[in-house]
Design a binder for this molecule. Structure first.
Ligand code: F3S
Length: 288
């Protein structure tokens, strides 16, 4: 059996950068509590490792009295930045530059009177931050059905996408928006380069493989997207967080296994997945 890892795998640039910023904040602030508002990245194993180094994940600012608050790679709304400062905490910003660029577009469109339409998951921290930068007046849709149903209260709109959406879904949404009666539509391609490359290399591998394993956090938007894309191509596609979830039966009689990973999956998890699959295949071969 052949096992192939997708060409674009492991941490993306924004995740590496956020982890580096968090570690730097821990190093510079020994003796002071250092928090991340939400998980610094959507991978439980990495969050756990960083918590051993002292980074505490919190869901809200309530209950903390002092220290440093790290903004995660997904960003935060302007209100949250103001609140952190108003409460007297130091803020360290690890927002991914691609997310920052989408935030700036939201602020500028909103300032010019456009209704911002965001393609994304309304509960995802990145989308919440974009919504905040659009002065809390944006419309969030998750697909073409959302565009059909939503009451968009303006004739002029600006359309942007969560950075980790699939280009296919965004293209469909753009076509649906253009069918509606807006007098002006400004479209921004805010899907990040890493996402495009990762989705392209996972789809290519899914076409060549009999089984696809997608390794990444359950909360990770880009991992979920990879799973959707690959399962549309290869019916035997499985989403796992770690090698412990692998089942030997998935690989019986298969010729090629592909492994793709979300942007917040560390290399050691990918290597672990590969070696556990190899050992399962070897055990099956020995038994038969
Ligand atoms: Fe940034 Fe794209 Fe990664 S938005 S955090 S480089 S998936």
């Amino acid at each position: 059996m052949k096992i192939e890892i997708a060409e674009c795998s492991g941490f993306c640039f924004g995740v590496k950068r956020a982890i580096g910023i968090a570690k730097q904040a821990l190093g510079k602030n020994r003796g002071k509590p250092v928090y991340s508002l939400g998980h610094i990245i959507h991978n439980s194993q990495v969050v756990e490792e960083l918590s051993k180094e002292g980074l505490k994940s919190i869901d809200s600012l309530d209950g903390i009295k002092e220290g440093v608050v790290v903004i995660t790679s997904h960003g935060a709304s302007p209100e949250i930045f103001s609140e952190i400062k108003a409460r007297g905490f130091e803020v360290v910003d690890a927002t991914c530059p691609y997310v920052m660029s989408a935030q700036k577009i939201c602020a500028s469109l909103s300032g010019e009177g456009y209704t911002v339409v965001i393609l994304g998951d309304s509960q995802h921290p990145e989308v919440k931050s974009l919504f905040g930068f659009a002065e809390n007046k944006a419309v969030v849709v998750k697909d073409t059905e959302g565009v059909k149903k939503e009451n968009i209260p303006s004739k002029i709109i600006g359309l942007i996408s969560q950075t980790t959406q699939s280009t296919e879904n965004y293209s469909k949404v753009i076509r649906e928006v253009l069918k509606r009666d807006f007098s002006e539509v400004r479209i921004f391609n805010t899907i990040c380069n890493d996402t495009k490359k990762r989705q392209g290399s996972a789809a290519k591998l899914a076409r060549e493989s009999d089984v696809m394993i997608i390794a990444g956090g359950r909360m990770s938007a880009n991992t979920k997207r990879l799973f959707e894309i690959c399962s549309g191509i290869c019916k035997d596609t499985y989403h796992i967080e770690t090698a412990r979830e692998l089942k030997p039966g998935w690989f019986e009689g298969k010729g090629q296994v592909g492994i793709a990973s979300g942007a917040s999956t560390p290399d050691w998890i990918i290597e672990d997945v590969k070696s556990v699959i190899l050992s399962m295949v070897e055990t099956n071969t020995t038994v038969s």
